[in-house]
Write a new protein. Structure first.
Length: 316
């Protein structure tokens, strides 16, 4: 019997886990007809509620349940990586516990990987129904910018919910970078991917952990991780403003020669100074982003720290 690993990153999901667990168990029972056994790997990302206790309750009555609990909140990217490291299945799926990733798609994902020439089955939302309009607008704008800036394809509406064969999982695990942007990593490693489309589903319970600020910072991480275009933009801006300043210098010099005492316009000069200074600070900020990411990488800190787990004992 083949083993399918289901990785579930959890951060303060105490309310929704009792709803998620029966649903995933139903799917596991259905897939047993295809000679598939399951393991459920819950990664507790430093939750401050009773998430870990709920997961331990599942593990006490179900030997398929394994868990990894972090010493603090390291973020969803670290949680997904930890789950991939703990997984043993020939097929590995990543999904959220909030039921916005439909467990009902898992049998179809398994069928596709069994019968069709694909290494990965991803999911993408074709609508953003229920999301705040401003958030949806910026999300679509992010994907458009990434397609323009990066050679790595980032599919609009792509979710982290996907199922992969073991060779693709091993390729992802070989990329041990500290600053992780999994949507880009999934695409960068290659392999043949089929997309399943579905309409947006609202959370079954609890609240989203992704504020607008966190999404903005996450999008900046993605741009920096998979494109050097911002550096090229800052270089081009520097050249353009050097040329503009040189032309302006010639204009002022000629005006002074012809009309004398024509170097006036203090207010407009100040506006120009502030504008150019703003551009310079913007470009320095771009350099700072790349430098900060490099700084974190060279420290070689672990991607996560485990406080408690039953992975070893279950494996043995």
């Amino acid at each position: 019997m083949r083993l399918v690993s289901i990785i579930v990153p959890c951060y303060n999901e105490e309310k929704v886990l009792p709803l998620f667990y029966p649903e995933i168990c139903k799917v596991a029972d259905e897939c047993a007809k295809r000679d598939c056994g399951f393991e459920f790997i819950f990664v507790n990302d430093g939750s401050s509620d009773g998430t870990l206790e709920v997961v331990k309750g599942f593990a006490a009555s179900d030997e398929r349940v394994r868990f990894v609990s972090f010493s603090r909140n390291f973020g969803k990217e670290a949680a997904m990586f930890a789950g991939l490291e703990a997984s043993r299945g020939s097929m590995v799926a990543i999904m959220d516990a909030d039921l916005q990733d439909p467990p009902s798609l898992i049998p179809e994902m398994i069928r596709i990987l069994d019968e069709e020439p694909y290494d990965c089955v991803g999911s993408r939302r074709v609508t953003r129904k229920g999301e705040p309009p401003i958030r949806s607008l910026f999300a679509r704008l992010f994907y458009k910018i990434m397609r323009k800036m990066s050679k790595t394809e980032i599919v609009d509406g792509a979710r982290d919910f996907r199922m992969m064969k073991r060779p693709m999982v091993d390729a992802i695990l070989s990329m041990r970078e500290y600053n992780r942007f999994s949507k880009g990593i999934f695409s960068w490693v290659g392999f043949r991917t089929k997309w399943l489309e579905y309409e947006n589903i609202e959370r079954a319970a609890g609240e989203t952990k992704w504020s607008f600020r966190k999404l903005l910072l996450y999008s900046i991480d993605g741009m920096v991780a998979f494109s050097t275009t911002p550096l090229a933009i800052s270089s081009v801006l520097g050249l353009v403003f050097c040329a503009v300043s040189f032309i302006a210098l010639i204009v002022v010099f000629v005006r002074q020669l012809i009309w004398h005492n024509s170097a006036y316009g203090w207010a407009s000069a100040m506006c120009i100074v502030f504008f150019i200074s703003g551009i310079q600070l913007f470009c320095i900020g771009i350099l700072g982003q790349y430098l900060s990411k490099t700084y974190m990488e060279v420290k070689k800190r672990p991607i996560y720290v485990v406080a408690e787990t039953n992975v070893q004992e279950k494996a043995s």
